[in-house]
Design a protein. Structure first.
Length: 258
């Protein structure tokens, strides 16, 4: 399969190792992986904070960049959810706005909707792509550590990835996966929510960390580095000794590369 990596802003700027891990896993499974250099933000932050016109412009850029691939894989349930769930709503809601005028000047509302219909269904969270498209749960990984998994909100409630990430973790040799109490509760990050509601965000983070520490896990895993950044910062400040790792990084680990 000809697969494009949509690395996302957070990973590109702060966690490039996660993008490399995705490429390593997909190539191990026989995929032809490309990294389109024209990719930018998907527009999630803009749309979520009311900058709809700017979000549409970024959506147009995304669609242009990722057309023609068999699949687009992102190490982020949050950004994959933006494309799959919000782009169709943007297309349906086009009207007499500056974004609408921009779209009409670049092929019209119909063309935008057609591009969304063509590209958006091919955008996958990593766990979805591995389990549903490639039909794989054992990716040949080796990670001899005690791990607990936090399902992030967009992957859990938006994409509804369900148990796909944990099925992948359960197949990793040497890995001891322990359940996380209150796993379905938000960690408090929520993008701009953590900035606008800092006190509430910190309280939610504290609740989540209490559950994480109660598992005795060495590693906290998730499929969104934005949430891991939030939780990881708090874990470091507490000097807890618990590491945070993206799902892709665990799946990329092998006994040979230990």
């Amino acid at each position: 399969m000809r697969v494009a990596l949509f690395v996302t802003c957070v990973n590109d700027t702060l966690f490039p190792g996660t993008g490399k891990a995705v490429v390593a896993v997909l190539r191990r499974l026989g995929c032809d992986v490309e990294f389109p250099l024209d990719q930018t933000c998907c527009g999630q932050m803009h749309v979520n904070t009311g900058y709809r016109d700017e979000g549409v412009r970024l959506a147009r850029g995304f669609l242009s960049t990722f057309r023609g691939y068999d699949a687009v894989v992102a190490p982020s349930g949050s950004c994959a959810s933006m494309v799959r769930e919000q782009y169709p709503k943007l297309a349906a809601g086009m009207g007499a706005t500056r974004a609408g005028a921009f779209t009409r000047a670049h092929g019209g509302r119909t063309r935008f909707a057609e591009e969304v219909a063509e590209v958006a269904p091919k955008v996958y969270d990593l766990s979805e792509f591995l389990v549903d498209v490639l039909g794989v749960t054992d990716v040949g990984a080796y990670f001899p550590h005690r791990v607990t998994y936090h399902p992030t909100c967009h992957s859990l409630r938006g994409l509804r990835v369900g148990d796909r990430p944990t099925r992948l973790l359960e197949a990793v040799r040497g890995l001891d996966l322990v359940p996380l109490p209150g796993a379905d509760e938000c960690c408090g990050f929520g993008g701009t929510f953590a900035v606008k509601n800092a006190a509430v965000s910190a309280a939610m983070c504290a609740d989540k960390l209490g559950n994480v520490l109660g598992t005795g896990a060495e590693v906290l895993c998730a499929a969104d580095n934005s949430c891991l950044m939030h939780l990881g910062g708090a874990l470091r400040r507490q000097r807890s000794g618990v590491r945070v790792m993206h799902l892709a990084e665990i799946l990329a680990s092998t006994e040979a590369g230990r």
